[in-house]
Every structure is written in C-alpha cells, then in structure tokens.
Design a binder for this molecule. Structure first.
Ligand SMILES: [Zn+2]
Length: 411
C-alpha cells in the first residue's frame, strides 16, 4: 500500500553545533517515527475494513462484518527497539454479536495485552544477556532509547525460558559436564550451582547440550533426563567430568563411559595437598605434583600395543604415587587418587579419543563474566544463561525487524 507521508516540522536552532543537532534529532526521530507509524496504521485500518475477510477475528468467530467505532481511542504505548511511541487504539464493533474490539495490535503484529512485538522482546533479551542490566539501561539511554532495566530484565526472563538444549546426533559422542557457583539473592555464598553439559562438534569447538540450576550435589538427573534418548542413540558416549559424583549418579545410561577430566586432576590434587597441610613447593609437594603431571600427560596417536604399554606404566606409576602419599601421611591426596583411579584412563582403554582438554572451562568463563555482575534468583540466572550460552555456542540470534516490503523514496 502506498502511504503518502508529509513530515513538516519547524525547527528553531540557536547554534549550529553538531552536539546540539544530535540532541535535536532525538526529538525529530521520535516525532517522525510516531507520525510514520500512526499514518500507516490508520490507512491499513481503513483498507482492512474494506476487505471482505478481515485480518482480525471476533471471539464469536466472525471475521467479515464489522463497523468502525473509533480510529482514535485512548492511545497505547508501544515499545520498539527505537524507543517507546504512542499509537491510537482503533476500535471496531462486531455486527454478529455486537462486541467491541481493538484492532491496532492485531494490525501491528503484537499479541494481545503486549507492549512490544516478539522481535523487540528477543532483541532486548539479547542485550540483557550480553551485558549487565545497568549497562544496558545506560547505553540504550545514550543513543536516545529510553527503555528501563526492568523491562530488559523481563524480556530476558520471558525469552530465556523458551530456550531448550539437546544433544545433536550428528555431532560427536563426546561431552563434558561441570558446574559453577551462582550468586543468589539473599544468600551470602554462591548458593546454587549452574550445571553445564557440552557436546564436542565434528569441526572442532563445542555446543551446549544441557543447562540446569540446582544445589551442589543434585540436579544432574534433571539435566540428563530429557537427553536420555539421544544419548542412547550413540554407540558409546564418552562423558568427561571433574569427578563430581552427583554427575555420575545423574546420568543413568548404559552406553556412557565416564572419564575423569585429566586437566582437573592436578588442580584437585593441589587442593588435597593443602588439606593434608603439605607446604607448597616443599620436597614432598614437588615430588607428588611432578609425578601426577607425568601420569595425566597422554601422548596421542600411538599404536595399539604402545597404548597398552603406556597404560600399564601409568597405572603402575599411579599405584606407586598412592603408596607414596600414604607413607607421607597425605591421606586426602591418597584418597582422592584412589577414587579417581577407575575413571582416569577409561577413554584410552576404550580407544576413544577423548582428549580431556576441559573445554567446559571456557564456557564457564562466558557464564561468569555475566553472572558475577549482580545477584540472581535461581530461575533468573538460568534464563539469562540460557540466552547467553545459546548465543555464544549454539548460534542463537534475536533476529532483526526487517524492512520486508517497506520501500521509501525521497521526493
Ligand atoms: Zn462477534
């Protein structure tokens, strides 16, 4: 439809300074946008009323016979990515049942009782997932868009809730699982844990296969349950974890092979040595750490017999190290190594190339950069991380309002 737009403004400028002009343009922008949207809306309303079948429908089912009540009932506020504008609510009356209804939202593609389109909601949610709400508020304000942080927060919650993750059967049968503490409102320490399950991709890199929030030693079953069928569709699935036993318990699929994250083992052992009160960099400390670094260092692309020989030697070294820890009164360290032993080389034993490189660590940094700004409710944090991780790892994008069918010619 061709819309005749004539924008006529009288502008009074005292000084020709670009900053004054920039600020003045903000006023023009709002006026032009409002006028443009209003003129278009009313013309589409008129044209819709002339059509035999209307683009809206009464609750009684009638979508043919209506009469105009008003084209300018009390204005409604609509939020767009260009700011908030006021548009007229146009009202019609159903000739079948006599009911009155507003049609502006239906014509604008906005759901009943909503203030914005779903694209706007997604875009604002995206802003809130990338940056703290306070920063979103300030930057939007600086470019002349007055959208307060609460609205951004609400969009994050609404859109974040709709995001689901799953394993991709076409990607690798390899995953890592780990958790990170989340600052929760009303609790001093990091009261809840965000649980992240990633899947490695054929072409390198990772994707998010599952996300959940819960107590430290629980909640993994909730994350794995919806993935069960896809996990079982793989012949074997190698799951690398840092040894959190609740992860082991959460996944109840027979084809899953558990592998301790070899990258984590020296880190954990350092912590155990601290618990055993062994002085850092002391002779005993250095001996134990030197040995564990050797044990977890795996050389890849060996032949079958070479792998077996290497494994045999590593198991021997591990047993010797456990004995040495016991003799040196390092009971925490000895217990930790004993517990890790069964899952330390399972990938190599099954000849699965599961380089335990801890890719999940990088995902956790992506989480922490956002989640450490402020405090959250558990569900609030999960919704924000759904969006953030879906964007960084699974290519989620909010989309943009496109100019499909809008062509503007300067006269
Ligand atoms: Zn009706």
């Amino acid at each position: 439809m061709k819309i005749e737009c004539n924008f006529n403004y009288s502008v009074e400028v005292e000084e020709c300074n670009i900053d004054y002009l920039t600020s003045g343009f903000k006023q023009i922008q709002e006026m032009v946008f409002t006028d443009f949207a209003k003129i278009t809306l009313v013309q589409f309303g008129d044209s819709a009323m002339k059509k035999a079948t209307k683009p809206f429908c009464c609750t009684c089912g009638n979508n043919k016979d209506f009469i105009w009540k008003t084209k300018d009932a009390k204005p409604m506020k609509i939020t767009t990515i260009r700011g908030e504008i006021e548009l007229p609510q146009m009202q019609v009356q159903c000739k079948s049942c006599g009911k009155k209804m507003f049609i502006s939202r239906a014509l604008l593609g906005i759901e009943k009782y909503q203030k914005m389109s779903s694209t706007t909601q997604k875009m604002l949610a995206f802003v809130g997932a990338l940056t703290p709400f306070r920063v979103a508020d300030k930057i939007l304000g600086m470019v002349g868009i007055g959208i307060d942080r609460m609205r951004v927060w609400r969009c994050v919650q609404k859109v974040g809730k709709t995001i689901d993750f799953d394993l991709d059967p076409d990607e690798l049968p390899l995953g890592e699982a780990d958790g990170t503490g989340i600052p929760i409102i009303g609790i001093k320490k990091r009261g809840q844990e965000l649980k992240v399950f990633i899947q490695k991709k054929v072409g390198g890199g990772v994707r998010i296969a599952g996300l959940a929030i819960g107590k430290y030693d629980a909640g993994w079953d909730k994350l794995f349950e919806p993935l069960r069928e896809t996990i079982l569709s793989f012949k074997n699935f190698l799951l690398v974890t840092d040894g959190d036993t609740s992860i082991f318990k959460g996944i109840k699929c027979v084809n899953v092979i558990l592998q301790r994250c070899l990258w984590h083992i020296p880190h954990q052992l350092k912590h155990c040595l601290w618990e055993d009160k062994v002085k850092s960099k002391s002779a005993v400390w250095l001996k134990i750490m030197g040995k564990i670094f050797n044990i977890v260092a795996i050389r890849h692309q060996l032949e079958e017999a070479e792998i077996d020989a290497m494994l045999e030697d590593k198991r021997k070294m591990l047993d010797e190290l456990i004995t040495f820890c016991e003799e040196s009164k390092c009971s925490h360290s000895a217990a930790y190594l004993r517990n890790s032993k069964p899952d330390m080389f399972s990938a190599l034993e099954k000849r699965l190339n599961g380089k335990a490189s801890s890719l999940v660590e990088r995902v956790m940094r992506t989480v922490n950069m956002r989640v450490n700004v402020g405090k959250w409710t558990p569900q609030g944090a999960l919704n924000a991380m759904n969006l953030r991780l879906a964007h960084y790892y699974n290519d989620w994008r909010p989309g943009e309002p496109d100019a499909k069918g809008v062509k503007i010619v300067r006269l």
